[in-house]
Unconditional design. Sequence first.
Length: 321
Amino acid sequence: MSAAEALPDGFPVGARFTVVGGAGAVGRLFAERLCGSGAEVTVVDLAPVAPPGTCPGIRYLQGDLGAVDERLAHELARADAVVLAVPELIAYESAGKLCELLGPRTLLVDTLSVKGPLVEAVRAAAPTRELVGLNPMFAPALGFEGRPVAAVGLNSGARSRQLLALVGRWGGRVVPVAAEAHDSLAAATQALPHAAVLALGLALPALGIDIVELASVAPPPFTTMLALLARISSGNPEVYWDIQWANPQAGQARTALADGLRTLSELVRNDDGAGFAEAQQRLRGYLGSELDRYTAHCAQLFTVRESTSTAHVPTGGNTDD
């Protein structure tokens, strides 16, 4: 596929994309898809060499966004778009300097799990800068195909629209949201379930039961929870820490989780079976039109789990799901 066929009209043929943090899982996902779409891609990373299997068309530059040297400054200035696939704090702290280094028409793209602080930092440093924030709501190893990508825009223009169209061509399901709404959704869909799984993991050792014993009698829901615990505990701590620490609304989500557990404990302590049934009914009401779909999804999930229960399923790897 030629560059002219692959790249949208908002970018010139052979458009230059610089992916900062491109050796990480998320950065690599974007770098390789961009390269495959005909873009000229440069990966900037602290690592001294490109990771194995990197697309051969990608240039590699060792650099530090916190200490920009002449080579990196030149690379950033010549880019048509710069993709930030770096930890949240680094993105926030470097936003002002980065906006100074970029060309006036350069599109700034971020892949952060929290959007509000970066949007405010960019707005303060460069009020007219075109920014599009993308949050792939899945583990990078899974790929874009059929999966949601939350998209937040600032000063959206032709290049933002064309980048979103390109993500759609990769198979991603682009979901436009405002920055504040994004962070509320991320707190509910990422920080809250991760906190629940981590809390389960922190609680299990207190029961004093060996994990092998637990696994030998585990029903499907518990096995699924253990699989999630294995995935999170084997992942990149920086990714999961950012999800809990960087989102200002994550604390509210954890408090709601703790309140829910207290409510359940009170129902049991008060021998309130009727209250428990009422709580179940409220939950069904909350799920509403989604109830049947997710009931069927759970049945399918457990069927697949049973069919693979004797197979070895590897765990771990970097993820932000």
